[in-house]
Design a protein around this ligand. Structure first.
Ligand code: CO
Ligand code: CO
Length: 341
């Protein structure tokens, strides 16, 4: 199984390559229609697009699907759906409708497997309070599943990936290392207990984390997916500020450390490292570095919180049983760079 996420392929950057992968500037030079009601479009490199319907209402749209990350079809469906919904939550929006996207060969895998994938997805869609309206399938030898999701948000309450300010605290709401564990899983090298925990974390909706974020005034947020902590943090700082990450505060699945030492590293980790390492200043090597470059499937929210909102967030997170870790802060200098301490 290949876990490389097609997710977040970067469209629109023409001056320079702005992310790993061949698609990062594929739309360069192609004329894209403009519309004043597009609040967040192709140029923002945001988690989802936003379109204004009226002064107090905007729709948020996103689409995400990928190849199996776990062997159990039900949980693959659940994780893929949680991952697709996550971009809506990262924008501070509320999902309302979803469509299934299915690539599947009934001849090769059998209809019962597809039913399990869809059942897992639908259970997550239901848990999120979203209505499933339909979907589309294509006969394909390689299984892929995900959702297109539409959400609603007040145009002034959108939480973008940029907007963090120096002094803001950096919060992460799920442990890192899922890419390493999935690689270990494929090699038959992780314990049943760790596999259960991995599935549980990846299938957890970012809904309550988003609610905790919305209970305070967060400056910015995104979700950690295919480009890893380093890549998604780089989107938050771009060239306008810097970030410090405390290696000792990084949450991770305990078994990831040994797997990393044994070389169970996903190909996406190398791709992320090649692309983002020039922006990372690290006095360390080995495991913590692998963690920050590890591509995540259905990872947590990465939130920029002003210092005086931290207590309020902590209270709401504890009330909603949301795990979170304070993993760093935003700094004025050096701009565009991530310093690991
Ligand atoms: Co996405
Ligand atoms: Co995202």
């Amino acid at each position: 199984m290949d876990i490389q996420l097609t997710h977040h392929a970067r469209f629109g950057g023409c001056a320079a390559k702005i992310g790993p992968g061949d698609l990062s500037n594929v739309l360069c030079g192609i004329d894209i229609p403009e519309d004043p009601n597009v609040i967040v479009g192709l140029k923002g490199f945001e988690d989802a697009g936003v379109y204004r319907i009226s002064d107090d209402l905007a729709v948020v749209q996103t689409v995400d699907f990928f190849t199996p990350v776990v062997n159990d079809p039900y949980w693959f469906g659940g994780i893929a759906a949680a991952n697709a919904l996550s971009d809506i939550y990262a924008m501070g929006a509320r999902p309302i409708t979803a469509l299934n996207i299915v690539c599947f060969s009934p001849k090769k895998f059998g209809i019962p497997v597809l039913r399990e994938i869809l059942r897992g997805g639908i259970d997550k869609v239901r848990e999120s309070g979203t209505s499933l309206l339909g979907g589309h399938s294509v006969d394909d030898e390689e299984i892929k599943y995900g959702l297109s999701v539409t959400g609603l948000v007040h145009p002034e309450r959108i939480v973008r990936n940029e907007g963090a300010r120096p002094g803001d605290r950096l919060i992460l709401t799920k442990p890192l290392g899922s890419g390493i564990l999935i690689t270990g899983l494929k090699g038959g090298r992780i314990s049943k207990k760790t596999e259960t925990r991995l599935v549980e974390v990846m299938a957890t909706l970012n809904r309550r984390a988003s609610e905790a974020m919305l209970s305070v005034s967060a400056h910015a947020a995104t979700d950690v997916t295919g480009f890893g902590l380093a890549g998604h943090l780089k989107e938050m700082i771009k060239e306008s500020l810097g970030a410090e990450v405390y290696a000792d505060n990084l949450p991770y699945f305990p078994e990831a450390r040994a797997l990393s030492a044994e070389g169970f590293l996903p190909s996406g980790l190398y791709r992320n490292r090649d692309f983002y390492a020039p922006f990372v200043e690290a006095g360390i090597s080995g495991f913590p570095l692998n963690l920050i470059f590890d591509p995540q499937s259905s990872g947590g929210l990465l939130i920029a919180l002003p210092e005086d909102e931290v207590d309020g967030f902590a209270q709401e997170a504890s009330r909603l049983s949301v795990d979170y870790w304070m993993i760093g802060s935003f700094v004025e200098e050096p701009k565009g760079r991530i310093r690991i301490r």
